[in-house]
Design a protein around this ligand. Structure first.
Ligand SMILES: [Mg+2]
Length: 369
């Protein structure tokens, strides 16, 4: 099957309620929906997700104006060749990896649909049928964060992820309050989003938090500070999870060589797609390391792609992943529901990524450029 068209359609996905973290507060999220049509008449879908700073719409324009004509005529099953071409478009900016991921995702979807198999079958087969998820606790008052934590636990989440980093005393108060309000069996991790500056202060805060059972600290320092992260890793009991520091496999290699991570948080979007994410998992496996999966947050299409990668990777951590970003949106462009049951995402078993587009909805949500 040959590619006959590639279109990246800019949309805004509105949040149910504003989302906040150490970087700011957001009301909606910029995305691009990639539709690739083959000469069989079938189509594949992908998603360009860039919640922060509104860059996804500009990436759509680049895909439509510069990339599409080079892809048309290529064979969908020549994924290595197409991926290599897409890599050449990403030489000068990591942001292009997000566009590459959207296009590449659509190709895997189209290939899977044309063969009648789920994408995880093309990645080596299904290791697991569901993926444990973190319950996300947004920054807020201690009371609000505690109520949110209790709610997440009652929904079935067994691992909570607290956004912290701006106010040491308030972070401690929130953590303390949450720990007392939920069962001991529920794991807690904290995500600092690079907000701490002093490595020794970071160690002191983490040491204190581990007394309350914090098991994972996510990106406590700036992503470039690999030496400090390596020092911190050997001087704390908690697992050091690297998020902002990991985009593609080259970033992963740097952290692994510098021993600056205990675990890597892989984003299908930031890695540059499904095959690139698989490459990071496989590299980490050479270091006996597990990975978790992050979320930009993508909508349902990107979440489905993440689910297929997570389903097929042997070294997906038993610690929870974050493939729940799609739940924060009031609207999406997909016909199917993705199911979260007892705190785990059920991997879709339909062909391709297991999602199809509601084209009328897509037309309504389309943003003019
Ligand atoms: Mg994070």
């Amino acid at each position: 099957m040959k590619i006959v068209s590639v279109e990246a359609i800019p949309v805004n996905l509105p949040f149910h309620e504003p989302v906040s973290d150490a970087w700011g507060v957001y009301a909606s999220s910029n995305h691009g929906i990639v539709v690739i049509r083959g000469d069989s008449g079938e189509y594949g879908v992908g998603e360009i997700a860039l919640a922060w700073f509104g860059g996804a719409h500009a990436l759509c324009k680049e895909v439509n104006d510069l990339w599409a004509e080079k892809l048309v005529g290529m064979r969908v099953s020549d994924l290595s060749l197409v991926t290599s071409l897409l890599d050449s478009f990403c030489s000068f900016s990591k942001r292009h990896l997000l566009a590459k991921a959207g296009v590449e995702m659509a190709l895997w979807d189209l290939l899977g649909k044309s063969l009648g198999v789920p994408v995880y079958e093309l990645l080596g087969g299904k290791v697991r049928g569901q993926i444990a998820l973190t319950g996300g606790i947004s920054m807020g008052t201690v009371e609000h964060m505690t109520a949110s934590a209790v709610g997440k636990v009652s929904e079935g989440f067994q691992e909570l992820k607290l956004k912290i980093g701006l106010d040491e005393d308030k972070d401690w108060a929130a953590l303390h309050s949450i720990r007392r309000a939920i069962p001991d069996s529920v794991r807690i991790r904290v995500d600092v989003n690079m907000a701490w500056q002093d490595v020794k202060k970071a160690k002191r805060i983490i040491d204190r938090m581990t007394t309350l059972g914090v098991s994972i600290v996510e990106q406590p320092l700036h992503s470039e500070r690999l030496s400090d992260l390596a020092w911190l890793r050997t001087n704390i009991d908690a697992i050091l999870l690297i998020d902002e520091g990991i985009w593609d496999v080259r970033d992963a290699r740097k952290h692994l060589e510098m021993q600056a991570a205990d675990m890597l948080h892989v984003y299908i979007s930031e890695a540059g797609g499904i095959a690139a994410s698989k490459k990071i998992f496989e590299l980490a496996s050479l270091y006996e390391m597990d990975c978790t999966i992050g979320s930009m947050p993508e909508g349902k299409i990107g979440a489905a792609a993440s689910a297929h990668v997570g389903a097929a990777m042997l070294n997906l951590s038993s610690h929870a992943s974050d493939i729940r970003g799609f739940t924060v949106y009031r609207e999406d462009v997909v016909n199917e529901e993705l199911v979260i049951s007892a705190g785990s995402l059920i991997v879709p078993d339909r062909p391709g990524l297991g999602v199809t587009i509601d084209f009328a909805q897509l037309a309504r949500m389309r943003v003019d450029q």
